[in-house]
Design a protein. Structure first.
Length: 337
């Protein structure tokens, strides 16, 4: 609430001035009468109620003056409106489909766990555009940026290890592919993020991962890298005509792929993102929750206040009291001078 003309409060000074005029000047002028001898006995007569309450009209008039002063001050009551403009972000999910994602240190496998947890991450988003890139020995786009989360999750479910025939881990190619999928409309200020999930080291493709990261950084794109795999690693299961076997080194020992953590840290550092290590399903779930907390997009809040006149709060009782005062003075407390 506010007062549009607060300076009219100075009129309140007229009230004590009017009271002083009434007591000091007007009342003595009204005194008079005729002197009678032996009139002292009249003072013993009791005063009637009209005499006792003769001051009421003056009280009402004073109240009317105060209320009219408040009317002139123009009280206004404001209603605040809040306009919220949510600016989402663009997220490209980059998922490793190389053979090592079949390892079973995650339940049921690294790939299946990554798909299920990534789907829950997508379902928890709002206002963000999401796209999907997959890679192994080469990279391909499954879904461009979209707000249709149902399409993204359906394509994510369909991704499997047989989708890309070229085996290997082309991290640089995957980053460049995702970078070129970002587009901004003129004047748009959406943040752009890549979430790269892999369990291996770069051993394929034509683009160096750090060069790809520098290009992403030049465009203001942050890259969050997630290394997937238990600390001790896990063998890669292979289905053969002779049954299920595990990938082996040339000397016959089990092949246990290692995550190039330093490379993933460097990619995140260059692009001002972060590196995370997921050693099991629950750790991967927490990583996605952390990224969702870090990337909330922009919220612009505009507050406006609309004021409405409320002078009638005081005008109505002022008019009512004025009517009562006039009636009392003319009919109830009328004087004959």
């Amino acid at each position: 609430m506010r007062w549009f003309n607060p300076e009219f409060i100075l009129l309140a000074a007229l009230v004590p001035l009017a009271i002083w005029y009434k007591i000091a000047i007007q009342n003595p002028l009204r005194r008079g009468g005729i002197r009678f001898p032996g009139a002292g006995g009249l003072t013993k007569l009791s005063r009637g109620w009209k005499t006792r309450f003769a001051f009421l009209p003056d009280i009402f008039r004073t109240a009317v003056l105060l209320l009219l002063m408040l009317v002139l001050m123009r009280p206004q009551f404001g209603l605040e409106h809040e306009d919220i403009n949510r600016q989402g972000i663009d997220i490209m999910l980059v998922l490793d489909l190389s053979g090592s994602m079949a390892s079973e240190d995650f339940k049921p496998t690294r790939l299946k766990a990554a798909q299920a947890i990534t789907e829950r991450f997508i379902n928890g988003l709002s206002d963000h555009r999401v796209g999907l890139v997959v890679f192994a020995g080469l990279s391909m786009t499954l879904c461009p940026l979209t707000l249709d989360y149902g399409v993204v999750t359906e394509l994510l479910r369909r991704a499997d290890l047989r989708m890309i025939k070229a085996d290997g881990t082309a991290i640089g190619d995957a980053i460049i592919n995702a970078v070129y999928k970002f587009k901004k409309a003129p004047g748009e200020k959406r943040d752009q993020v890549i979430i790269l999930l892999t369990d291996g080291e770069n051993n394929a493709g034509v683009i160096d991962p750090l060069e790809a990261s520098k290009m992403a950084a030049e465009r203001g794109i942050r890259v969050y890298t997630i290394g997937v795999g238990s600390l001790e690693g896990a063998p890669i299961p292979i289905d053969t005509p002779f049954g299920r076997q595990f990938a082996q080194n040339p000397d016959g020992s089990l092949y246990i792929p290692k995550i190039d953590e330093q490379l993933l840290k460097d990619i995140a550092y260059v692009t001002k993102g972060q590196y995370f290590r997921a050693t099991d399903n629950s750790a991967l779930e927490k990583i996605y929750s952390t990224i969702a907390t870090l990337e909330k997009g922009k919220i612009d809040i505009t507050r406006t206040v609309q004021y409405s006149e409320r002078f009638y709060w005081f005008l109505a009782p002022a008019l009512a009291l004025l009517g009562i005062e006039m009636y009392l003075r003319a009919r109830v407390f009328a004087r004959v001078f």
